[in-house]
Write a protein that binds this ligand. Structure first.
Ligand code: G6P
Length: 534
């Protein structure tokens, strides 16, 4: 079986209550027929243009041969390393696909100068860069492309043979890439970024990195029919109801890898669910957890747990099932089932799951800072070399790092969450992720951890558009070694700093508590933060 699901407890009640109407209203066949009216009149225009993912398997088939041929050409030219420049929906699917099969792909979804510099220094002479952007105007991706073009030229390598572009037809990148002579793959504009896993966006980088992409499409194809039919066995309807129809609603969804062969699926699902549902003051907050996370020992009442297991069994409502959702299956099937389930969840929540109205606000704030270059706001205080800033509610009452953290957690409402946002080099400093479990144990509430600016294209929409119950801990770094962005008036260091403070200002404008810790030596200062947590 390519996909299995079992549900117990509140999720089982949710499925029993919501499923009959979803079947009677022919939601599954409606989604498959790309009926944009399903989400109501306000969403109809956008939804009608964003349902192309339901036919992605068939549309993408002809790409397989082209991608394999290009891979062979690149290998023949000595290329043995694929780097992907792309954000959010344009990088998370290739990341999970390549990690799952063990193919090597460097995912450069960062503007951290150290991380970009390290990628450039890694086998440049035998690297090819895939530049993936639907809109063709994402500043991170554009900056990464510029710096690679320059590096190739400086190394005497013609970028034309080493840069491959994936973009929507007619985007600014489509035009400039064709003019530059790059190999361009277009994907259908009727698929939004976060639903693009089975289009050129998921397939080109993965296929070039060596994945058998025909197999991923085969896996998805085996579940297509089950997803399209209006029956009470439809896994997309069951999963959508299980995550969105609990009563009272469990609006936080812990996603835990617990025996699955799929590596990193939760990060992909996080952006799909958070950006699709977190708007108009509602939404489902994905919380990516590892086994052993404090939240799993005694899940809070508003946290629904879904486990990605090896085999979820062949009964949807197994007798005596724990109060959880369990899913198993092939990667291709999982990708398509979760896309359907998210569209169904959007319907149950009464929102448009195809727009991202609050992502733009952080981009505008960052752009404003880069244009105006205001003098940096002085730190409220410095603790062990860590500069501490924050919203007045957090900073006004604190005098040291420990009290600032304490005040931040005191601001947590009973149904709140903590968001840790680490604008750091995630390759060099993966150890910062351990703060998640520590803060979950300390705060007693669900905690999300995101690397900046990557999370801005994932949970960033939820932070601003979802329920206003988050408190935010930003970690930034002061860099000594910056990196120019060719023909841009700002550097990578200035860009990442503007992205962090731009997002902080938007969160503050939404009335959310923000604590920003600027590290001058990340390698040693993590210990000070851990100490301050007590
Ligand atoms: O593919 P791009 O146009 O560069 O967009 C990359 C990402 O940007 C924004 O954050 C969107 O909200 C995401 O859905 C998208 O995946």
């Amino acid at each position: 079986m390519s996909f299995r699901i079992s549900v117990g407890g509140a999720a089982a009640d949710a499925v029993r209550s919501a499923l009959p109407k979803l079947v009677a209203d022919r939601i599954a066949s409606g989604i498959t027929a790309q009926d944009g009216a399903l989400w109501g009149p306000a969403a109809e225009d956008e939804a009608s243009k964003r349902l192309g993912w339901t036919e992605a398997v068939a549309v993408s088939r002809p790409l397989v041969g082209e991608i394999v041929a290009l891979r062979d050409d690149l290998r023949a030219a000595g290329v043995d390393h694929i780097v992907l420049a792309g954000m959010g929906g344009s990088s998370l699917a290739p990341e999970v696909i390549t990690r799952t099969v063990g193919a090597h792909l460097t995912v450069l979804d960062s503007t951290d100068p150290g991380q970009v510099r390290a990628a450039l220094a890694d086998r440049l002479a035998t690297s090819a860069l895939v530049v993936s952007s639907k809109s063709g105007s994402t500043v991170e991706t554009d900056s990464q492309r510029r710096v690679y073009e320059q590096a190739f030229r400086d190394a005497g390598i013609d970028p034309v043979g080493r840069i491959i572009v994936v973009t929507d037809p007619g985007s600014p990148l489509d035009a400039s890439a064709r003019e530059a002579g790059y190999r361009v793959f277009n994907a259908g504009p009727n698929v939004g970024g976060r639903y693009s896993a089975l289009t050129a966006f998921g397939l080109v980088p993965s296929g070039l990195a060596g994945v058998d992409i025909a197999e991923i499409l085969d896996e998805a194809e085996t579940i297509e029919l089950s997803l399209a039919v209006d029956t009470d066995e439809n896994p997309g309807l069951i999963l959508g109801a299980a995550i969105a129809a609990t009563s009272p609603r469990r609006d936080k969804l812990a996603i835990v890898a617990d025996g699955t062969h799929i590596v990193g699926f939760a990060d992909w699902a996080e952006q799909l669910i958070a950006e699709s549902t977190g708007k108009e003051g509602t939404g489902i907050l994905p919380v990516v957890l590892e086994l052993g996370a404090p939240e799993l020992a005694a899940p809070p009442a508003d946290l629904q747990v879904v486990r990605l297991v090896d085999d979820a069994g062949d009964e949807v409502f197994p007798h005596g099932a724990p109060d959880e959702i369990r899913v198993s299956g092939t990667l291709g099937a999982q990708l398509l089932v979760w896309e359907y389930a998210t569209a169904v969840a959007g319907l149950l929540l009464g929102i448009n799951p195809f727009d991202q109205p609050d992502v733009e606000s952080a981009k505008i704030a960052a752009r404003g800072l880069l244009d105006q270059r205001p003098a940096p706001e002085p730190a409220a205080f410095v603790s062990n070399g860590i500069e501490v800033r924050g919203t007045p509610d957090v900073i006004g009452a604190s005098s040291d790092l420990a009290s600032a953290l304490e005040v931040l957690f005191e601001e947590l409402p009973a149904d709140g969450y903590v968001s840790i946002q680490a604008y750091l080099d995630r390759v060099d400093h993966p150890e910062f992720a351990k703060l998640r479990d520590l803060i979950a144990a300390r705060s007693g509430r669900p905690v999300t951890f995101g690397w900046g600016p990557r999370f801005l294209h994932s949970t960033g929409q939820f932070h601003k558009g979802g329920p206003a119950v988050g408190v935010f801990l930003q970690l930034t770094a002061r860099t000594d070694e910056d990196l120019e962005i060719p023909e841009r008036p700002f550097t990578f260091g200035e860009l990442i700093a503007a992205q962090a403070s731009g997002d902080a200002s938007v969160l503050a404008a939404h009335g959310r508590p923000v604590l920003t810790l600027t590290l001058t030596d990340p390698a040693t200062q993590l210990a000070s933060i851990v100490d301050a947590l007590g």
